[in-house]
Ligand binder design. Sequence first.
Ligand code: AVI
Length: 380
Amino acid sequence: MLPRPPADCTVAESGRPPELALESTELPGTTAPQPAELLDLHPAPADLERLVLEGMARQPRQLPAWLLYDAEGSRLFELIGQQPEYGLTRQETALLRERAPELARSLAEGITPAPVLVEFGAGNLSKVGPLLEALQPAAYVALDISLDQLGPSCRALQERHPAVSVLGICCDYADLDQLPPHPLLEGRPRLGFYPGSSLGNFDPPQARALLSRFAHLLGPGSRLLIGIDQPKAPERLEAAYNDAAGVSAAFAFNLLRRLNRELAGDFDPAAFTYHARWADASRIVMALVSRHAQTVTLAGRRWSFTAGEPLITEYSVKYSPEAFHALAAAAGWRAIRRWCDGADDLSLHLLAQADSGPSRTGGETPIQHHADPTPMRNAP
Ligand code: AVI
């Protein structure tokens, strides 16, 4: 039997008219697109060293998740998205494709002039196409830590969407005080897009700070469309982060290779084992666990690991809609609407800055309820 739709969620419909399966926009006879622009604000090697030293000194040891995304890490993460156990990427991509016109309408309602769409952690830009088609923003700005991935992805996107000016900014978006000055960003409202549930890779206090930072980077009156994965059966979650093909493990081990290469480390990957488990009823904890007592050199210092000691590579916190709304509210965002996949595994939340738009004191209901009477099915 198919599950019933939750009352507070607009669900993905089964099937889609072919004309709405959006992709390329280039029409015969259109002018050649401008090349996409790229700004490189990647943290300097000294910053990387400082962050690694801070993380290694923590108890338990934990490194910033963005370190996972060098060229090889970005390639492996794309592969994770194709593993049968890891549904997040497929389900969210399908939801974005199926609901793009409605998402764009809600996102840009009452916003003039044409906005700039700013995507945080844009990766290979594989999710934004349908939204760009439907929204037709004046410009699209993609922020990501991996320059190797951002450059080619921005160029390819610019070719597919010649009417939208594309700007790539390679940076740690969680450590950005301002969007850099650029003509494309001047005098236009900004809308934020943060798919993929990457917010879950920050612990809740950091996630709250990141949402506040987004409000600041986007400016007053902005809105944010954000993808959030939800808690589900622990066995399903643990399987998603322990895929049978071992890609999640390879993704974590790649971090040790990066540390060896960039910070003169001598980690022996064979001396660690990869572990991902559901903890505290709220998050997956991914770690490389030391197989035995050992000493490692990194950035000119010696670090000892006891047998069984973890080096945490990532958290992946899952938020119920209610828990996410509370987090967003604490960061100054008001929840406007939620869309979910057929199984209500994950959501796309539309947020507006709490001090913008109609006041909530006049009896306004912050969440629109969109019960869909049609039967649902899981997104492919
Ligand atoms: C990018 N992020 C949302 C992924 C996740 O699901 O937490 C990262 C990941 N790491 C291993 N598998 C997926």
